[in-house]
Design a protein around this ligand. Structure first.
Ligand SMILES: *Cc1c(COP(=O)(O)O)cnc(C)c1O
Length: 375
């Protein structure tokens, strides 16, 4: 049997062990500690935000950002539909209700015309969303300027779900740093990983202080254990932050390598008339987290046939996210489509190919040959 090829495997840089050892030597085997503080500072500096709060996951970062904004029972929140469920689950944790926004076919990210329609319908019906969560899909930034303009016009705070786009840029700025809050994930399959973890960034350092307070069980400043608010156990551990510090040092290399992987797929499969690549928008530079393709309508090979053929050769691949407005758990939530239902179409025709930075040339050849043989 050929060795397993993963969609996006963890790829350590070498320095992680040093920071973990420091934690062991000083016995900081705890949530909080010097690696956590340093990881927050180093990441904030890297992406150009005033501060960062290291948390146990990207999901918890979205949750506490929504809580800070004040989403409560019955509040509506606009949210990209084409994403992983972690983007919108926290809306429901706080009793809110997602209203999903479709993708633009040119970017696969939030459609500005669908968002405009959502705002104008809301205004006509006499309500406004409490917040907007915009996703930067597969490592490419959404078109933030018109989205921010619409939100500023209506005074709606923006959470940028940059879980997949750390290291990408939008008009020269770092993806994740454009909204009021930005969220990164260090889950095992992301561009850099701490095995599990997340970061909330913002220029509002007061908000980040409050988030850190909630994330450590809302302990009041008293000598005894006193709580005036409900808290969470959402902090990142000092060991995992050590892995994060090592990983951050190699982020630029990881982006570079994923871009090469994407380029190789394009040069090898780009001439196949049935295969189209996720478009790269001219306003920025993706981090190329995953290379995603769609099969043209009427192609005699389906995404599931490709996934099955790859699986038979011990190669992992995945369908494009099933949009949230099609998920059983979100039945009944509002949805604004582009001109037609773009995210549903991308789901039906899309597939994500192995894209890890540790993928070898030989392994990528195996993937490409397997796909070519199907046509
Ligand atoms: C991975 C991911 C998350 C969740 O991050 P976790 O750290 O796994 O909680 C949120 N949004 C998107 C778009 C993701 O890809």
């Amino acid at each position: 049997m050929n060795s397993r090829i993963y969609l996006s495997a963890p790829h350590m840089g070498g320095l992680e062990q040093k920071y973990i050892n420091e934690a062991f030597e000083s016995n900081w085997i705890a949530p909080l500690g010097p690696n956590v503080d340093a990881f927050e500072q180093e990441l904030a500096e890297k992406v150009g935000s005033k501060g960062a709060a290291a948390l146990s996951s990207g999901t918890s970062a979205i949750h506490l950002a929504l809580k800070y904004i004040g989403v409560k029972k019955g509040d509506k929140v606009f949210c990209s539909s084409l994403t992983f469920s972690a983007t919108c689950n926290p809306i429901v944790y706080e009793g809110g209700e997602p209203v999903f926004i479709d993708s633009d076919p040119d970017t696969w990210n939030m459609s500005v015309i669908a968002l405009e329609r959502a705002f104008s319908d809301a205004a006509k019906e006499g309500w406004m969303p409490k917040a907007l969560i915009v996703v930067n899909l597969y490592g490419q930034s959404a078109d933030m300027d018109p989205i921010l303009e619409l939100c500023r016009k209506h005074n709606i705070p923006v959470i940028e779900d940059a879980a997949e786009s750390l290291g990408a840029t939008y008009k020269g700025k770092n993806s994740g740093s454009l909204g009021d809050f930005g969220v990164y994930s260090f889950n095992g399959n992301k561009i850099i990983t701490t095995s599990g973890g997340g970061m909330l960034i913002s220029d509002n350092t007061q908000a980040l202080d409050k988030v850190r307070f909630w994330a450590t069980q809302s302990r009041d400043a008293a000598r005894h254990y006193q709580h005036s608010e409900i808290g969470y156990n959402y902090r990142m551990s000092n060991i995992l932050a050590g892995i994060g510090r090592g990983q951050l040092r190699v982020l630029d290399d990881r982006v570079k390598r994923r871009k090469e992987v994407n380029k190789t797929y394009k040069s090898e499969l780009g001439s196949n008339e049935a295969i189209e690549f996720m478009p790269v928008a001219s306003y920025g530079e993706p981090n190329f987290w995953l290379t995603a393709v769609t099969l043209k309508k009427g192609s005699n090979v389906t995404p599931y046939e490709i996934m099955d053929a790859l699986a038979a050769e011990n190669i992992e691949s995945r369908p494009v996210w099933k949009p949230m407005h099609l998920q059983p758990v979100f039945t009944g939530c509002g949805y604004y489509m582009h001109k037609e239902d773009i995210s549903a179409d991308l789901f039906e025709r899309g597939i994500c190919l192995p894209s890890g930075s540790s993928l070898t040339e030989e392994e990528q050849c195996r993937v490409i040959d397997c796909i070519k043989r199907l046509f």
